[in-house]
Design a protein around this ligand. Structure first.
Ligand SMILES: [Fe+2]
Length: 164
């Protein structure tokens, strides 16, 4: 299985593409440790993947808010993907106790493919619709306080201006 990031997967922004590349790198690492049946490293890699996914979700939400792009359905999709990953991950925790069970071996062998499928679905179905908007900004566009102010976005922790 060829799990590499290609230009075709670009959503037109360096921050989001970089998140996707990191996630793809972790899926490849998960494939390696699963193949080596290294349950300790697998559990560490899964935690890293989840952390990376959470960080990515925050980034995408910030971009969507700043660019005034609807995010409600995207957020639900992120939550569903997280739940699916957690649910399948439970099977992997059995590995320590049931190393030789057919179910555990099956999950170990297919988990990286499952994560790859989730990621590709996420990028092509949920993120790609943002590409047309993202491409109207420079590729290295980042969300920072200045960008929020320029875009007139009021952040939750910002004091509201009084109206006369
Ligand atoms: Fe994404």
């Amino acid at each position: 299985m060829d799990m590499t990031w290609t230009e075709q997967l670009s959503v037109g922004n360096a921050v989001i593409d970089s998140d996707h590349k990191n996630l793809i790198g972790l899926v490849n690492y998960i494939a390696c440790v699963a193949e080596a049946r290294d349950s300790f490293e697998l559990s560490r890699a899964l935690k890293l993947f989840k952390g990376c996914m959470n960080h990515h979700q925050v980034n995408e939400e910030q971009f969507a808010q700043a660019l005034n792009f609807p995010f409600a359905a995207h957020k639900v999709a992120h939550q569903n993907m997280e739940a699916e990953i957690d649910f399948t991950g439970i099977d992997l925790t059995r590995y320590e106790h049931e190393k030789n069970s057919i179910a555990t071996i099956f999950v170990m062998e297919h988990y990286a493919q499952f994560l790859w499928d989730c990621l590709i679905k996420h990028i092509t179905e949920e993120d790609m619709p943002m590409k047309a908007v993202l491409q109207t900004y420079p590729y290295d566009y980042k969300i920072d306080e200045t960008a929020y102010m320029q875009l007139g976005v009021v952040r939750a922790n910002q004091p509201q201006r009084r109206t006369a």
